[in-house]
Design a protein around this ligand. Structure first.
Ligand code: SAM
Length: 259
């Protein structure tokens, strides 16, 4: 017999071969804090398996090899945006497993922010020494050193704001983005949409370097359409960085929560 905590606060009890569903109500007097503790305990038990799987994955080896062979410069910190709720979302869970493995590989600090993080999510993140940012910067993040922005499947404005905030010869070389493929984004969206939501992605297309994650090594369909983007030899580029204009977005872009 096995049991699983459901979103509605009930415990799903699976019994025997027929998997008959029986709901066992959680006692009414259980506090929110105790419920969080149960959720966290359950999460951490299952997550160990996820971490081991990721440690042995081709995906992790592929990413690590790009740094070990010096194709991409090593980084000093990771900023994670839009991970999603790790205690409620399977995809976010796999992404956290990769994030934790990358933290170990780079031996660097990690800062994470998503407006939908629950208290339970924040406690889980702190278990892995991941600092939770409390401020919605909307991705307006000027780098102070080589930074990997870890943001699989995040919305265009979030990516665009990171580029805008670092749009200078001095800072752009610090930026690496692990997220939706710029190349695919440009192919799949109209020029008007790209100008509106991702103008800096468009501007970077002539010189951004992109390493796509091969489809045969993605896990659980979580890292589809994902690439590692970076900028090198910025000093030698014949590009003007002087007129960066702050982007303003309508309220209609999905998955982008403003301040
Ligand atoms: C499409 S979901 C991606 C979730 C997860 N990474 C995945 O691949 O399933 C976009 C995420 O961005 C988050 N998000 C929206 N606005 C944000 C902001 N201003 N800063 C950080 N994250 C934000 C949302 O809460 C959501 O979790």
């Amino acid at each position: 017999m096995s049991s699983v905590m459901e979103k509605d606060g009930f415990t799903l009890v699976k019994k025997g071969r027929k998997h008959k569903r029986k709901y066992k109500p959680i006692p009414a007097d259980i506090s929110a804090q105790e419920l969080d503790e149960l959720e966290i305990k359950k999460f951490l038990e299952n997550f160990t398996h996820c971490l081991i799987e990721m440690e042995q994955s081709e995906l992790l080896h592929f990413i690590k090899s790009k740094y070990e062979k010096n194709d991409v410069e090593m980084i000093e910190k990771i900023e994670c945006l839009g991970l999603g709720s790790i205690t409620n979302n399977k995809q976010a869970r796999s992404q956290l497993a990769l994030l934790v493995q990358l933290k170990l590989f780079f031996n660097c600090p990690v800062l994470a922010y998503d407006p939908i993080f629950t208290e339970a999510d924040k406690i889980v993140l702190s278990e892995f020494n991941i600092l939770v940012d409390e401020e919605n910067t909307e991705g307006m993040k000027e780098t102070t050193g080589k930074t990997l922005f870890f943001m699989p499947h995040c919305s265009k404005p979030l990516v665009n704001n990171i580029l805008y905030s670092n749009w200078s010869r001095k800072l752009l070389g610090n930026v690496q983005i692990f997220g939706n493929s710029f190349e695919n984004m440009i192919v799949r969206h109209t020029f008007q949409d790209m100008e509106k939501y991702a103008g800096y992605v468009l501007l970077s297309q002539k010189f951004v370097k992109e390493i796509s994650i091969p489809n045969n090594i993605i896990i659980d369909n979580v890292f589809n359409d994902t690439s590692l983007h970076y900028f090198d030899n910025i000093d030698k580029l014949n590009v003007s960085f002087s007129k960066a204009i702050q982007p303003i977005y309508d309220n209609d872009e999905l998955d982008f929560i403003k301040k």
